[in-house]
Design a protein around this ligand. Sequence first.
Ligand code: SF4
Ligand code: SF4
Length: 362
Amino acid sequence: MDIYSINLYVTEDCNLRCSYCFVKRKRTYLSLETGKQTIDYLLNQPNLEKPIRISFFGGEPLLRFELIKKLVLYAEKKASQFNKKVHFGIVTNGILVSDKILSFLKKHNFHLKLSIDGDKISHDMYRKTRNGSGTFIKIKKKLEKIKNYFPYPSVRATVMPETSKYLLENLEFFIKEGFRRIGLYPALEANWTKKYFSILEKQLNLAADLYIKLFKENQRILILPLQNTIGIIANKKPLICGAGKHFVGISPQGEIFPCHRFFAYSKSFPLGNVWKGITNKRKREGFLKLNPATVKVEKCKNCSLAKWGCFVGCYALNYEINKSLINPHENYCKFQHLIFPIAKRIIKEIHDSRRNNKKTIR
Ligand code: SF4
Ligand code: SF4
């Protein structure tokens, strides 16, 4: 299987000091030569049919904007020589954006994903500067500028146990700010006690009510991971992580890892590098086989969610905590048992409302 999608670490360094971040914030920097080699490596995949996807990642990738610019121009030139398409993305805290940066990102059709945790209380609790002050005011100011170029940016919020009680408020904040693709991801490695899971459940139910209301009003807002779970149930198909398959993480030194998290956590499962390609073929084969048809997971055998398409979750997190790619993290299973019934309720209520509408029209 060809690799066509990468998260490329341009640095592990960051302008902020968010306390939950899994990246080690070292002063490591991707060189122009390694970046170009990464692009050549991708374009030289033997059976490449899909467009290549390069997501600039960090640390804070905009610390290396000048490098990103050079790599984008190089990738576009090379891709056109190969008669291929290239798509770009960036995951950023947004603090360093300027008109110059935004107009470049827009011109090159970037998918812009902002890391913001919500309104002031939640955002400032963890997303801090080096001297420990909250960064909400800074990003709020930048948001106005960002929306001049990207009217509907995506957002990825990290939900911590202590911020779970604000989940609905934060969702409303994001909608008001114009976001249409809103990720509200619990940091499952955190200490989710029974009390916090029950708060999260209540809040996700309120988010589901809002989702249903907006859907009935023909407003389409994607709320993740709810949307993913709805998709799994509706399509009767598990959502399988692409790490180590078509997707990999590239370190600032040009090493290939199954994804950005394997590199950030403990550099486990190195697969090769962008000069020699995948050299650890046995490990790569292992990732290619990771799916419910070929892997039977002991813990899932008697679980009611397996038949609905639930599959082991994040391999990197499983390996970090359980030293097994497929032994699901305990908090992941608890979260799945909480979110599946909510997603089922959404499907049922939307289905019922459509049926009633048809009856009324007749
Ligand atoms: S909830 Fe856990 S045990 Fe159940 S199917 Fe999902 S991963 Fe397997
Ligand atoms: S292993 Fe985890 S972090 Fe890596 S791509 Fe899969 S879900 Fe994402």
